[in-house]
Design a binder for this molecule. Sequence first.
Ligand code: GLY
Length: 598
Amino acid sequence: MRSLAKKNRQLIYLGLTATLGFSLNLAAQAPSAPAILNSAVFHHPVIDTRGMVVTQNSIATKVGAQILAKGGNAVDAAVATGFALAVALPRAGNIGGGGFMLIHLAETNETIAIDYREKAPAAAHRDVYLDDAGNVIPNDSRFTHRAAGVPGTVAGLHHALINYGTMGWDDVIAPAIALAEAGIIVSTDLAKNLARAKRRLARNPASAKKFYKGEEGNYEVGEVFRQPDLAATLARIATNGPQEFYAGRTAELIVAEMAANNGLISMDDLNNYQVVERAPVRGTYRGHEVVSMPPPSSGGVHIIQMLNMLEGFDLNAAGFGSALNIHRFAEVMKYAYADRSKHLGDPDFYHVPQDWLMDKQYAKILAANISDDTATPSKSILPGEPGAYESPDTTHYSIMDSMGNAVANTYTLNFSYGSGITVPGTGMLINNEMDDFSAKPGVPNAYGLLGADANAIEAHKRPLSSMTPTIVFKEGAPWLVTGSPGGSRIISIVLQQIINVVDFGMNSADAAARPRMHHQWEPDRLQLDPGFSPDSIHLLETMGHDVQLSTRAWGSVQNVMSQDGRFFGGADPRAADAAALGPDGLECLNNAVACSLP
Ligand code: GLY
């Protein structure tokens, strides 16, 4: 019995809790923490006393935990993790993309939103992806050099570190350089994902060279995948600072590749890229404060709008997974995504009426339209067009440290492997974020999302995003740090994390694991993860919902919760390589004999 208990602990520290089927009955040790520890559930969080790192990739998680163990704060760990993911999770981790970082600083009790989203190059304009007849040129904003926005990741990570971190720039990049140089062991997930992406990636000679073995074909599970060009690029960035990326050798390589292939990004665009610090959006939900990313993310505004609408319903009484709750979620999502299509865009270019959208009174008016038994047709809310394709490959990570700091970071290349184009000599994939703009009003983007003037293309503008890094506060302290990839589904996924922990008292792992639903107004379709009951599905159909059962599960939520001086990591079991780990767990991994639960 004793040795089994010890084994359980080791497995937990390996971040495998999402698949563990036994309970450690930890509730007895923390009677005041029912939302976090509950012996009656199947999914248990990874526990630590000195902080927690949860990412979609166990190699990157370990890098972040090592930084915390060395005394770095959550921001140091977040920057090191961001660079490590660029190596270990090449389909979404990046230096050629952009994203959003939400930082809570315990010392000053402030929360900062760092916007390092890509920007439209100066040569971009409203009609840049239209042909002479005014029609959208298929795939021009997706799989070409013209699809790339000016990347923000290197500038964003540097901004976070020098303003809010404690460690040296080269110290936090060093682990990523080592991983790229020495190589990573190819996991089942990476091998399968690269094989699946081959048709697209192999079209680009530099991507073919980077991701495949020439005549020998694909990387197999267990082989070593080295990225020497990326290691050299990262080493130059470590030595020369972010100016290497925006004005140095790396910039020259990017601009040469763009010039040779009709791309839009110029040296001026790179020289002029700027990170923006913005005031986060704030709302309340059943006594908790919800702090999230402001525009050009649409996520924060609409999470708060939907929580405002849902506050009037007793979700707990209806029960998790009930047809009634799924119906309510679908209805509030229709209103929110309809508003998104019209009102959301880059606030530096367009007045986003965010206070009105997040107003509790406005939510009450919308919620009053929701009946308990009939689906409202999307067409009666606002007209729109259906969409077709969705990529899951943004990535999110959540980190907390023992000082009370918290970081929620979501960053992306847009699609899986971005545009699929590797800039020769850099080992770096370039994003296709320009597709997040509205290429033409009424024509959906790759996520089926509609847009209008607010998100029309303009030089230097940032495309509207769904990325929603979020921190929920309880009694003034960070309680849940969450976020996910999933394209347009990010917003609904993050919403359901907040509801799972607040309304249903789930722990961070259980909240991440449970099946999820999604509705985005247009197309008028209710999408369900596998795992909902046939009874609920039948009831939803009788209410008038067009139910579509997903053949795959969407998103990759990475949650950290904190209570009573302990940290609870919940990695989404949908992501095969996802893992949670803290400094105690790292020690435990390094020295199994000394391993003990906090
Ligand atoms: N590229 C997906 C998003 O930012 O929403």
